[in-house]
Write a protein of this length. Structure first.
Length: 259
């Protein structure tokens, strides 16, 4: 039996122009595209005529396809000899389950490639005028999941290490746990006046940014009604937004508190 091949592709953070050249090629050559909720749907217009498009998006508490079914589809379509592009938002290896899917493909001896993409924690910050590193403000950058710790009662994050050992922290999927995240950082030594930005729908025309401190940001975000998808950025680099903000955000969307 001759198998096809699976490309696990990062579609970038939202702006369709931020996909890589190779990622776009994978879309164009695919017989089947299995895509997530947060990809820019305009990318699907590059699919070839007759390509099968399968939506498998996940929202909090609502999954179009469970992960096990996605695994089955990848294997099934590849065993039919098809070229499959698994299209994920951002970078597929940053909270994108690329590792799990690649493991399943390897177990079935199906050829695959992982095609990196631009991750939201860096790109959304840049579009908001916040570089995640800077010679004067930040020599380290940490990416953390902000989802699932408090509600599952299984918080395994090393909060002291985050609070004291990282200059810039990007929390993914954490806007629903924003109050908890801020409390834990303060409890473990991060000054309460540390600047924080929350960037909703980063790199898209729907982008909105709220700026405050660990002490104030939760109330600011609540009043502004920011929700997921959003990146929480913690660190002194947030101060640079005032100087180098360049991207025109949605009218009325910006809520900035005094830092």
């Amino acid at each position: 039996m001759t198998y096809g091949k699976v490309y696990i592709v990062g579609a970038g953070p939202g702006d369709e122009k931020l996909i890589t050249v190779y990622g776009l090629e994978c879309i164009q050559q695919a017989d089947v595209i299995i895509y997530d909720r947060l990809i820019n749907k305009n990318l699907l217009k590059y699919a070839k005529i007759g390509a099968e498009l399968i939506y498998c998006g996940k929202e909090p508490g609502k999954h179009a396809l469970i992960q096990e079914r996605i695994h089955e589809l990848l294997v099934e379509k590849a065993k039919q000899g098809k070229i499959v592009t698994r299209l994920k938002g951002g970078d597929p290896c940053v909270f994108g389950r690329a590792g799990e899917e690649a493991e399943v493909l390897a177990q079935h001896s199906i050829p695959f490639e992982i095609v990196p993409g631009v991750t939201a924690g860096i790109a959304a910050a840049a579009y908001a005028g916040i570089p995640v590193t800077h010679r004067e403000y930040a020599a380290s950058f940490t990416i953390v999941t902000g989802h699932g710790h408090q509600e599952k009662g299984d918080d395994r994050l090393h909060w002291e290490g985050l609070a004291k050992g990282s200059d810039t922290i990007a929390f993914y999927m954490g806007v629903g746990n924003l109050t908890y995240i801020c409390q834990k950082l303060i409890e473990h030594g991060k000054p309460s006046n540390t600047p924080v930005a929350v960037i909703e729908w980063g790199t898209t025309q729907r982008q909105r940014t709220a700026v405050g401190t660990l002490q104030t940001i939760a109330d600011i975000v609540k009043k502004a009604n920011l929700s997921h998808p959003a990146i929480i950025l913690v660190g002194e680099v947030v101060r640079l937004r005032e100087t180098i903000q360049w991207f025109a955000e949605m009218d009325g969307g910006e809520t900035v508190a005094t830092i």
